[in-house]
Ligand binder design. Structure first.
Ligand code: PGA
Length: 221
């Protein structure tokens, strides 16, 4: 059976000290749990990736790392950008096309297609976010997260049935093997999503910020 992906998207939260405190608590409360059949992926800010990478390696913790974004360019004179090689030093995954990037940073399909190409060249696995049926999926996105905008941070998730139907559609029509659901996932509702046949994991924002909540969520998934 393929592993369920449980992904924490920390967005623009957490200092190094806060990340350290989160990890300590998370490890304490999950030490006896190997999360059989699940892969837990943390996606922190770029500033935290090296620190978390060292911590996870030194303590031999079964957590994977992902970035929340990637430059559409290779290395070069692109002030403020973090490129694929820099990310690849610390992470295996990258989120591309989150609705917040589309909304606040004007990222469009052409831009996102370039980002995916960059990630692929570096061997990073792309977690591509779609907001609904109408969102295009560029070639190279191997993991797709269905995240309806109304459900993000609202406490109002989509129904597991609807998410499952959409996941099935994307799998059949776009030949994508792994589909996640994201948007107001909590420890209480996570299993309603992950128990659906077509849903291969969850992308979690708010409920990933507290280690107790996220540990419970990962446990229940
Ligand atoms: P949320 O965010 O869990 O806070 O709804 C999900 C996301 O934006 O990825």
């Amino acid at each position: 059976m393929k592993k369920k992906l449980i992904i924490a998207n920390w967005k623009s939260y957490k200092t190094k000290q806060e990340a350290h405190d989160w990890l300590k608590v998370f490890i304490d409360i999950t030490s006896n749990n190997k999360f059989e059949g699940k892969e837990i992926i943390l996606c922190p800010s770029f500033t935290l990736l090296p620190y978390l990478h060292t911590w996870i390696t030194n303590h031999q913790i079964a957590l994977s790392l992902g970035a929340q974004d990637i430059s559409p360019f290779s290395e070069g004179p692109y002030t403020g950008e973090v490129n694929r090689q820099q990310i690849k030093e610390f992470a295996e995954y990258v989120i591309v096309g989150h609705s917040e990037r589309r909304q606040y940073f004007g990222e469009n399909d052409a831009f996102l297609t370039k980002k995916i190409a960059m990630a692929k060249e570096a061997g990073l696995a792309v977690i591509f976010c779609v907001q609904g049926r109408e969102t295009g999926i560029p070639n190279g996105a191997e993991i797709v997260a269905y995240e309806p905008v109304f459900a993000i941070g609202s406490g109002n998730p989509d129904t597991p049935e609807n998410a499952n139907d959409l996941a099935k559609e994307i799998k059949t029509e776009k030949n994508i093997k792994t589909i996640l659901y994201g948007g107001s996932v909590t420890p209480e509702n996570v299993n309603q999503f992950t128990s659906k046949e077509q849903i291969d994991g969850v992308l979690v924002g708010s409920a990933s910020l507290d280690p107790h909540t996220f540990a419970a969520l990962a446990q229940n998934a």
